[in-house]
Design a protein around this ligand. Sequence first.
Ligand code: SAM
Ligand code: SF4
Length: 312
Amino acid sequence: MKDACAREITYLRLSVTDLCDLRCRYCMPPQGVPKRPHDEICSVEELVEIVRQAAALGVRKVRLTGGEPLVRRGILDICRGIAALEGVEEICLTTNGTALSRLALPLREAGVDRLNVSLDTLRPDCFAHMTRVGRLEDVLSGLEAARAAGFTGTKLNVVLMKGFNEDEITDFVNLTRREPLEVRFIELMPIGEGTREGFLPSSAVLEACPELEAVDVSGVARRYRVPGGRGLVGLIEPLSRCFCGGCDRIRVTADGRLKPCLHSDQEFPLRGLSGLALRRAIQEGIAAKPPRHHLAETGRSGAGRTMNQIGG
Ligand code: SAM
Ligand code: SF4
């Protein structure tokens, strides 16, 4: 289905929980978020029914996210249920990677096609500081388990932060020389715990690695390659280069509310609906998708929720 700006909506980002085992400083408050009563969060069946109706409207790619999707009880049932739906061509999952050692193979067997793993630093002490509670070795062994389970095309999400990881840009880029990985540098957004102070523009990557050669534009990323490198370097620049004109996505929160845009407070409740009524509610949400966000002008997201509550 097309929205009012004639953008074809084919991509659903589905949050399966707002809980997380980490506390990244730019995403979550130190104490985490209160666990909500079970019945405030969509059940496995409700999530699968939402995707079924979205697929009937033309959604072809689904990304499971959160919070941390791998702490959600029933995550494998959710994946299996979505993989069995007509019309869904690709299931991706964004994770902090801490549970991949245990779950990579079951996820692959449950129908997940690709993973994005978030990793902002390759230094154990900096990782512990940024996540407040995490251990870098868990993520590194998770990445290894993903490879062993047969996942290919894994992407590493790196949020660029001034004074934190700008001196690691070349280390991340160097990973793409040896590995067929895509490292995606993401500009820090002023949403939730994210502030303007830590903002580092994506141009810092091109300045640190002038040898990068432009390859293409894929979805929201401008992609580059180190000459002769096996992998790719992507730049996702919500502030420096607004990509709303090509936006093909909608989001659904773990409590079953459709968000036509990450940075708008507009929400369409889907819970309690099924079949055609649910499909119509999703249609209404797509039709209301705003033309663009106003992050650069206002300096703050209008989302009204934090990233872990929306599904980053
Ligand atoms: N827990 C999973 C993870 O970390 O990959 C999935 C959810 S997390 C909210 C999804 C992505 O959003 C992560 O790559 C994270 O780094 C990113 N993110 C969170 N807050 C952000 C912010 N303020 N600006 C830019 N990216 C952010
Ligand atoms: Fe958790 Fe992901 Fe947010 Fe970090 S970015 S606190 S891993 S939801």
